[in-house]
Design a protein around this ligand. Structure first.
Ligand SMILES: NC(=O)c1ccc[n+]([C@@H]2O[C@H](COP(=O)([O-])OP(=O)(O)OC[C@H]3O[C@@H](n4cnc5c(N)ncnc54)[C@H](OP(=O)(O)O)[C@@H]3O)[C@@H](O)[C@H]2O)c1
Length: 288
């Protein structure tokens, strides 16, 4: 049976391409009012038009904002609050994987800023609206190598930086944040879960280089390239399924604080995520 979402409003960050766009399409097809975000108006409008045409649902809006900037996250949240009376689902889908270490305008390492601080801050800023629309859901997207070790003393990758490893650590930190957040807001009517989408050929994977991989994995680069070759959105569509499931499935009513794999199956949190000393540090990276 198809889940019907006709009276639901869903915000998907990074809905202008890749997995986010396919997630937006899946939810638009179920009748949801979908809001996508991105940084570039032309790319965003092209995605919006494609979702409307393929989804047969005109209720698709675009909001712009660079999530690496906390001021822009705040501006985006304010725009959502001013324009929409309800928000049933927030999908923190936008992610970052880059080859070199850089700091954002806020002085935060960019992977940590986009993959951890932005979802945390956006959820905080929109929490009132989500709670007002309860039962509401937040879906955060993991990625990379989830069993990676987190170094509490190097969350900003000052001592050790390598594209995929730093990205994976940031995603593990985001999972720890999500787990902790779900415990803190238990009983609020807002459920928070994490989806692992699985590999997909997208702009993110297309921009990867062998130097981003840990040396031990570089031998597998030709296989990786082959797996990630352009498939016209097929793998992104498959990868969007777990986000759509966590956002919409009636089976998950009231379920919060869990981690789901690419087949939408509940799995155990990676060990590093459950370190009680990790998550409470994250709020300090978001400006008050
Ligand atoms: N692809 C994979 O194999 C894979 C595997 C595991 C997990 N994931 C995770 O799945 C999510 C989606 O990945 P994807 O592969 O679909 O990525 P993608 O194709 O590169 O799309 C990223 C989306 O995020 C937006 N975005 C990127 N940086 C942003 C920023 N600083 N501020 C605002 N928006 C930003 C992009 O919008 P604009 O460029 O239009 O601004 C785009 O809409 C990410 O969280 C990723 O970590 C992906």
């Amino acid at each position: 049976m198809t889940t019907q979402l006709h009276d639901k409003t869903v915000l998907i960050t990074g809905g202008t391409g890749g997995i986010g766009q396919q997630t937006a399409l899946g939810l638009a097809r179920s009748g949801a009012h979908v809001i996508i975000t991105g940084r570039d108006r032309a790319r965003g409008e092209a995605a919006r038009t494609a979702i409307i045409q393929a989804g047969g649902n005109p209720q698709v809006d675009l909001l712009l904002g660079d999530l690496s900037s906390q001021a822009e996250v705040r501006r985006l949240a304010a725009a959502v609050g001013a324009r929409y009376k309800r928000l049933d689902v927030l999908i923190n889908n936008a992610g970052l994987l880059e080859a070199t270490r850089r700091l954002t305008v806020d002085g935060v390492e960019a992977h940590f800023a986009v993959n951890v601080v932005a979802p945390f801050l956006l959820t905080q800023l929109l929490f009132g609206l989500l709670q007002h629309s309860a039962p509401a859901r937040v879906v955060n997207l993991s990625g990379g190598m989830p069993q990676v070790q987190l170094d509490r003393s190097d969350l900003q990758a000052e001592r050790s930086f390598r594209g995929l490893s730093t990205y994976s650590k940031a995603k593990a930190a985001m999972m720890a944040m999500s787990y902790e957040y779900a415990q803190r807001v238990a009983g609020s009517g807002v459920a928070i879960n994490v989806a692992y989408p699985g590999g997909a050929s997208t702009a993110m994977t297309g921009a990867m280089t062998p130097e981003m991989l840990p040396p031990a994995l570089r031998l597998a680069w030709p296989i990786f390239r082959l797996l990630m070759r352009d498939d016209r959105g097929l793998s992104a569509t498959k990868a969007a399924r777990s986000s759509v499931f966590l956002a919409a499935s009636p089976e998950l009513a009231g379920v919060s604080g869990h981690y789901y794999d690419t087949n939408s199956k509940r799995v155990a949190w990676p060990k590093a995520v459950l370190d009680p000393e990790i998550a409470p540090q994250f709020g300090s990276y978001a400006r008050q």
